[in-house]
Design a protein around this ligand. Structure first.
Ligand code: ADP
Ligand code: MG
Length: 238
């Protein structure tokens, strides 16, 4: 059974449809990347999975449970966005522990999870710092650590690297790949960057104007693009 499934998912704003019926089945542990030009509907689609936008029609299920009417916090997902908002008055450790404290986990369990995630993201030396004492890349790693400690059924990431410079982006991409190999949490990752998409994805969803033009592995998309849009978009550098 799919861990996340979208059935004919649609979104309209003031009667104007911007997502035109997307079908997508994501297996447990799969890393799916939604890629496409600005304005094609990537964020809207992700926000509907997260529960931050209501869906106009169709059905979304996570872990076999239809979530159409569930609040974000009821969906067992963790999100990482481009504008990672860390709590400025809290240390890295406190930022990572905050969600777990709200979920009323034991102190020992919280410490254990924070330590494990900090190790995976190489945050060990930074745990007592405040966000203003961190670089952009370090902050983004804390944002990921905060998602990771929650041990959710799925990660939803919306252009998490787009505020970083090119060199850091490549470093973080490698780190995400390593995380993906070790943690294997079902993930949907949104980007407009073709290289990022091709290197990270188990499968890609190439979107154009609210339509999923092709859903396939990077190799399949590279070898047999389904439409001229896909061929042109994947073929041209960002
Ligand atoms: P992407 O993330 O791929 O850049 P978005 O999902 O942000 O694209 O936007 C998809 C389309 O939906 C765009 O045409 C955008 O203008 C429109 N849109 C997004 N959010 C809203 C909103 N809150 N109200 C009206 N239109 C919106
Ligand atoms: Mg977007």
């Amino acid at each position: 059974m799919a861990e996340i499934s979208l059935r004919d998912v649609r979104k309209s704003y003031s009667g104007l449809e911007v997502i035109h019926g997307v079908d997508l089945e994501i297996a447990d542990g799969e890393f799916v990347v939604i890629v496409g030009p600005s304005g094609c509907g990537k964020s809207t689609l992700l926000r509907m999975v997260a529960g931050l936008e209501e869906i106009t029609a169709g059905e979304i299920a996570i872990g076999g449970r239809v979530v159409n009417r569930l609040e974000p916090r009821e969906r067992d997902i963790a999100m990482v966005f481009q504008n990672y908002a860390l709590y400025p008055h809290m240390t890295v450790r406190e930022n990572m522990a905050y969600g777990l404290r709200i979920a009323k986990l034991s102190k020992a369990e919280i410490e254990e999870r924070v330590a494990r995630s900090a190790k995976m993201l190489e945050l060990g030396q930074l745990l007592d710092r405040k966000p203003r004492q961190l670089s952009g890349g370090q902050r983004q790693r804390v944002a990921m650590g905060r998602a990771l400690v929650r041990n959710p059924a799925a990660f939803l990431l919306d252009e998490p690297l787009s505020n970083l410079d090119a060199k850091l982006r490549v470093q973080m991409r490698l780190q995400i790949k390593e995380l993906q190999r070790t943690v294997r949490t079902t993930s949907i990752y949104v980007t407009h960057d073709q290289v990022e998409a091709m290197t990270l994805a188990d499968r890609l969803v190439v979107m154009n104007a609210g339509v999923a033009e092709q859903i396939a592995t990077p190799a399949e998309i590279y070898d047999r693009p389904a439409t001229t849009f896909v061929a042109g978009f994947i073929g041209s550098p960002a």
